[in-house]
Structures are given as structure tokens and as C-alpha cells.
Write a protein that binds this ligand. Structure first.
Ligand SMILES: [Cu+2]
Length: 127
């Protein structure tokens, strides 16, 4: 009968919730390291980003929804900018190792470049 075993059942519940607690703590710890808030199932879709490394933007073409904030992470040791060719957005100088955010307001295709290194180019598509 079910009434015959209340103690083992309670014990296994307790150890299960302890395991869940450890998992939650682990997730929180990972979130702190990556900067992604815990519980966000699809962080990429919600916070699109462009990474600068070795004097190049990555990805070369990024598609976002109009109105999105795009985070630009500069992983080089030198300063870069993230500047729309026609002025729709511009981070200004982003020091090496830091990041900046722009909002891509309207749908369209935006070619952009780095003001300091004119050969650095990329495209944002907003839908
Ligand atoms: Cu640059």
C-alpha cells in the first residue's frame, strides 16, 4: 500500500529538491559569467550581438528585428567603432575589451564600418 512507505517517499522528495536547488545555483552562476540572465531560453534572439575580433566584425551579416538593440563586443585590444554608412547608428569609440549598444530602429539593410579601420565592414538587416 502507499500508506506503508511515507518515510522513504519524503526522503526522496527532499533529495530531489536539493538537486534542483543545486541546478538552479549552477544556472545562476553560468548566467553571471556569460551575462545572460537566468531563464532566458533564447538569449541570442532577444539580444543580438556583433563581435569584433582580429579587426573584423562577426557575423558579417546579422539579421535582427526592427527596434532591436544590438550589442557590439570589442574583443580586440584596440579601439573600434560600429558606424552605419548612412548614419542610422553609431557607437562612437569602443575601447578594446568593452562593448556598446545601438538600436536599429527601422526595417532596412544597413551597411556599416569602423571609422578607424575603413576596411572593417559588415551589414545589419532589420526586418
Ligand atoms: Cu576598427
Amino acid at each position: 500500500m502507499l500508506e506503508g512507505m511515507p518515510t522513504p517517499s519524503r526522503r526522496s522528495l527532499a533529495s530531489r529538491s536539493a538537486a534542483l536547488g543545486a541546478t538552479a545555483l549552477l544556472a545562476l552562476g553560468l548566467g553571471a559569467v556569460t551575462g545572460v540572465s537566468a531563464g532566458a531560453a533564447t538569449p541570442r534572439a532577444k539580444s543580438p550581438s556583433v563581435t569584433i575580433k582580429n579587426l573584423a566584425f562577426s557575423p558579417k551579416t546579422l539579421t535582427v528585428k526592427a527596434g532591436s538593440k544590438v550589442t557590439v563586443k570589442n574583443k580586440d585590444g584596440t579601439t573600434h567603432t560600429f558606424t552605419a554608412n548612412k548614419g542610422a547608428f553609431d557607437t562612437g569609440d569602443i575601447d578594446g575589451g568593452s562593448s556598446a549598444t545601438v538600436t536599429v530602429k527601422k526595417p532596412g539593410t544597413y551597411a556599416y564600418h569602423c571609422n578607424i579601420h575603413n576596411f572593417m565592414k559588415g551589414t545589419i538587416k532589420a526586418t
